[in-house]
Design a protein around this ligand. Structure first.
Ligand SMILES: Cc1cc2nc3c(=O)[nH]c(=O)nc-3n(C[C@H](O)[C@H](O)[C@H](O)COP(=O)(O)O)c2cc1C
Length: 421
């Protein structure tokens, strides 16, 4: 019986354990998690989502305060088009984030950065360009383009000295999205180094409509593979979304996948950025506690725990400080939903906004409990303690379980010594 460790991912001149820990913004897939994946010979992801905010928190910079004081005058204005990010500051924040990560890297694996196109930051093209280039400047091993079609992203970095040496990949949810991307980038003579095919059971934003349940990962992966054969392309294909055991992964590898991308099982590890009490919510969740909803102002459906505080919250938008979701005209669907609610209840001290959520605020506060479909199976991956809490895992526990397990078995780690004593 094969295990995932019987396979290797060949990327450039490297041979890697075919495990990619997917990017989870905002700071859910932390530097520590990515470093562990790389140390163990796979690929880990950090995310550049809200990098100025994350850098302030982790490295005591003041990017948010600076932006907030610059645009203080606009706070009561519903029109946020004035509120621009300073491109130099984005570059600086990203550079600190990536450099501090790469300095600590050990082992044979790689560290990539997840870069979501939907983080439009009131200036989609230029902010994306700065994000991509600054990550490359700071020595990132690879970039995974996500949450968007990224039709212009390669062109934005084509003059960067590392354009042809950094590992560049894209996440798609259909063969059509891949075709579009390849068609658009054909003139650059630069193919992606890997393609993540993300199905409807993934966490975070979904590349499907509310009819997501009608799709399945196996079919999409096989369509992408057939397309590659037809086009005589030899790009590693990496399935993602709902791969819960090492044996699930092996099935894909036996059918020609180059690696798998995983996330949900890593949300209950020590290294995951979610607060401890939130990790317990993930452990405790049952199938009926999880929904795919449309409250993300990005317009993409998102899967989350129904009891998360982000749902129905009515915080006042603070785009002067944050504003990561503002589109090219300074709009965000949450602002509209919030204003409509305030208009309906002019005397209320607090409003509840059901239609959309303020992703900037809620992700920063770890109130938006986005999760994969199989979150309800996490309780089967650890042990419940006498007080009802579940024992956290380590990234190494989960990584190695995927790497070595057979027959869909999940190795439950021993009771931790600090709990015994
Ligand atoms: C908590 C959480 C947050 C996520 N955030 C992002 C993100 O910021 N960007 C992204 O491209 N994918 C994101 N994803 C998707 C993962 O990177 C990954 O591709 C997918 O969840 C893999 O499926 P699995 O969770 O069933 O293993 C997220 C997933 C989870 C569980």
């Amino acid at each position: 019986m094969k295990k995932l460790d019987d396979f290797r991912l060949i990327l450039g001149n490297r041979e890697l354990v075919p495990i990619i820990v997917g990017g989870m913004g905002v700071d859910i897939s932390t530097v520590d998690m990515a470093l562990e994946a790389a140390r163990l010979g796979g690929i880990g992801h950090i995310s550049d989502a809200m990098a100025p905010t994350i850098t302030d928190r982790r490295y005591k910079t003041h990017f948010v305060k600076q932006k907030q004081s610059k645009y203080k005058y606009n706070v009561d204005n519903n029109n946020k088009s004035d509120v621009q990010f300073d491109l130099g500051n984005i570059a600086e924040a990203n550079k600190i984030h990536v450099t501090k990560t790469m300095e600590r890297k050990q082992g044979e694996g790689l560290i990539f950065i997840n870069c979501m196109e939907k983080l439009t930051m009131n200036n989609p093209k230029e902010t994306l360009q700065v994000r991509l280039k600054s990550a490359m400047d700071a020595g990132i091993d690879g970039i995974t383009l996500s949450a968007g079609l990224h039709l212009g992203s390669f062109a934005l970095i084509q003059d960067h000295p590392r354009f042809r040496d950094v590992q560049l990949g894209i996440i798609v949810s259909s063969v059509r999205a891949l075709q579009l991307f390849l068609r658009k980038t054909a003139r650059l003579n630069r193919l992606p180094d890997f393609v993540v095919v993300e199905g409807p059971l993934a966490g975070g934003h979904l590349g499907f409509g509310m009819d997501w349940a009608e799709y399945d990962l196996k079919t999409i992966v096989s369509e992408v593979q057939q397309f590659m054969v037809k086009q005589e392309l030899n790009i590693p294909v990496v399935p993602a979304g709902g791969i819960f055991t090492g044996s699930d992964a092996v099935e894909y590898m036996e059918n020609g996948a180059a690696a798998v991308q995983l996330a949900t099982r890593f949300t209950v590890t020590d290294e995951c950025g979610l607060p401890a009490r939130v990790k317990q919510e993930y452990f405790k969740a049952n199938e009926e506690d999880i929904e795919v909803n449309q409250i993300s102002p990005t317009g993409y459906p998102m899967r989350m725990l129904k009891n998360c505080p982000a749902i129905g919250a009515g915080v006042r938008p603070n785009c002067e400080a944050f504003g990561y979701i503002l589109d090219s005209s300074g709009n965000c669907a949450y602002i509209n939903a919030y204003n409509a609610e305030v208009e309906k209840h002019p005397d209320a001290k607090k409003v509840s906004v059901k239609e959309k959520t303020c992703l900037c605020y809620q992700m920063r506060k770890f109130n938006c409990w986005t999760c994969g479909h199989y979150t309800y199976r996490l309780k089967d991956t650890s042990r419940q303690l006498t007080d009802g809490q579940y024992q956290l895992l380590s990234t190494e526990d989960v990584f190695k379980d995927y790497q070595f397990s057979v027959d869909h078995k999940i190795l439950i780690p021993e009771l931790r010594s600090e709990i015994i004593s």
